[in-house]
Design a protein around this ligand. Structure first.
Ligand SMILES: Nc1ncnc2c1ncn2[C@@H]1O[C@H](COP(=O)(O)OP(=O)(O)O)[C@@H](O)[C@H]1O
Ligand SMILES: [Mg+2]
Length: 452
């Protein structure tokens, strides 16, 4: 079970010290009163040599000149400043930029502009610095596509790390949105009760989300008496189609662009059958730029419609918090958190758990999957569970059968059914099948608990 007292190490609620309201044991020098020399002294010596990934530059935007100077001083080097986002807008399109948004940019109008930039300018990444972090603000910032929210007082190293990470994820050029997908789809009919949506998420790329999603989905499809659907929610670089060796006719964009015209049976016609398992798959768009056209609300609507005929709808998500990811996590009955067993993974999961707790995602729907759980050089499983205060629903061993299966396009549950990896996924599938059975018959005493 996740502890009640969440670790808000990233999101502390201390006041911005420059506002003179105190509350922090280690306040930074107040920017509105700090002498310039003092602000400069804050910059670490290595920061001036720092070259950001993708050749990104940094900018600081706030209506208060003292605040933007203070933010600029934290990063050092050449930092462009502007008093407002509208003032900065004319400078967009000149290459990758990480924009530090001061507290004055947390207004709904500014966040709407940030949301627009997130869609139209993949070379722009934003980090919001706030004096008062509330759940509502975190929600709207993430929905606007803000890459991270940091609470004052700023930890300079954390800020530099965040800037670098955001720069790493930027495109090198602006991308124009493309027109939407094909026309009408033939009809068919399916019927049944509402199924369960299982979102597969992780706070770190490469931790095994797609391996977990494809194997769990195939295991469920082979054993479930109702249809099972797998949606690739990694809209930019989804690889579910490749991992299942499919040549899909239709992708998520075809479904979401037709949502208002299609009913559930018509939608089901867009799915590609994975013949070895019977799984029905909706892969990611062929072009990353299509991702911009799909909103969180579209994805939720899609999942809800799939649930009208499928027993389980599994959604493979990217390792970021954006509108689509948050909306799907909120709307899903279950969320699988996949993590490896090294320190960066565990640190990120801890932060991710805190963020999900702040967003009021009930802990009961979180299921931890430890991937490569037996790797010799890595951390002890018991220690990790203790640190994260959550008992793992599955331990998936590290095994060469996984990369082999990925390269062959045949999930481990099919290509190596006797392996420890396949057994772990079958056991995970059993837990979800039991949960569905238990929710269909609430009096059943076969209900299993994931958390103690
Ligand atoms: N249990 C495992 N044992 C060995 N290799 C693994 C295991 N899980 C994942 N991998 C390897 O890690 C790679 C990344 O996994 P993937 O599911 O694509 O990550 P994500 O979707 O989280 O980015 C896979 O291609 C696979 O080769
Ligand atoms: Mg993936």
């Amino acid at each position: 079970m996740i502890e009640e007292q969440h670790d808000f190490s990233t999101f502390n609620f201390d006041d911005f010290s420059y506002e003179g309201e105190g509350g922090s044991s280690t306040p930074p020098p107040p920017p509105s009163t700090a002498p310039e020399a003092e602000a400069e002294a804050l910059a670490p010596p290595q920061a001036s040599d720092q070259v950001l990934p993708n050749g990104a530059v940094v900018a600081a935007v706030d209506s208060d000149p003292a605040v933007r100077e203070y933010l600029a001083a934290q990063v050092d080097g050449d930092v462009a400043t502007a008093a407002s986002l509208t003032e900065f807008e004319g400078r967009l399109g000149m290459g990758p930029v990480v924009i530090l948004l001061g507290p004055s940019c947390a207004e709904p109008g500014d966040l709407a502009l940030v949301e627009h930039w997130s869609r139209t300018h993949p070379e722009v990444g934003t980090i919001l610095i706030t004096s008062e972090l509330t759940t509502a603000l975190l929600h709207s910032a993430m929905r606007a596509g803000v890459k991270d929210v940091l609470s004052a007082p700023i930890d300079q190293m954390q800020l530099l790390e965040t800037v670098s990470r955001v720069a790493e994820g930027l495109s090198s050029a602006p991308v124009a949105p493309k027109p939407s997908g094909p026309g009408d789809i033939p009809l068919d009919t399916l019927d049944g009760e509402t199924g369960r949506a299982i979102a597969v998420f992780s706070t770190k790329g490469g931790s095994g989300k797609s391996v977990v999603a494809t194997n769990l989905a195939c295991a469920l499809a082979r054993r479930s008496d109702r249809p099972v659907v797998l949606i690739d929610g990694h809209l930019q670089f989804g690889d579910v189609g490749v991992m299942l060796k499919l040549q899909p006719q239709h992708t998520v964009i075809d479904a979401t662009s037709q949502l208002s015209k299609l009913d559930a049976p018509m939608l089901s016609q867009l799915l590609t059958l994975h013949e070895p398992s019977g799984l029905m798959v909706l892969p990611a768009p062929h072009e990353p730029t299509f991702a911009d056209q799909i909103t969180g609300a579209d994805m939720v609507r899609l999942v809800e419609m799939m649930k009208t005929f499928a027993g389980h709808v599994i959604i493979d998500l990217p390792a970021i918090f954006n509108d689509v990811v948050l909306s799907v996590i909120e709307a899903s009955e279950d969320v699988i958190l996949v993590t490896g067993l090294d320190i960066p993974n565990i640190k990120n999961v801890k932060i991710g758990l805190s963020t999900l707790a702040m967003l009021n995602v009930p802990k009961e729907k979180l299921h931890l999957v430890l991937n490569r759980a037996d790797s010799k050089v890595k951390l002890d499983v018991g220690e990790v569970e203790k640190t994260l205060q959550i008992v793992a629903a599955a331990h998936v061993p590290s095994d060469v059968v996984v990369p082999i299966s990925v390269n062959k396009g045949t999930p481990v549950v099919i290509s190596a059914p006797k392996s420890g990896v396949a057994r772990a996924f079958e056991q995970l599938a059993t837990q979800f099948l039991d949960m569905s059975a238990a929710s269909a018959a609430p009096s059943s005493n076969s209900k299993r608990r994931f958390f103690g």
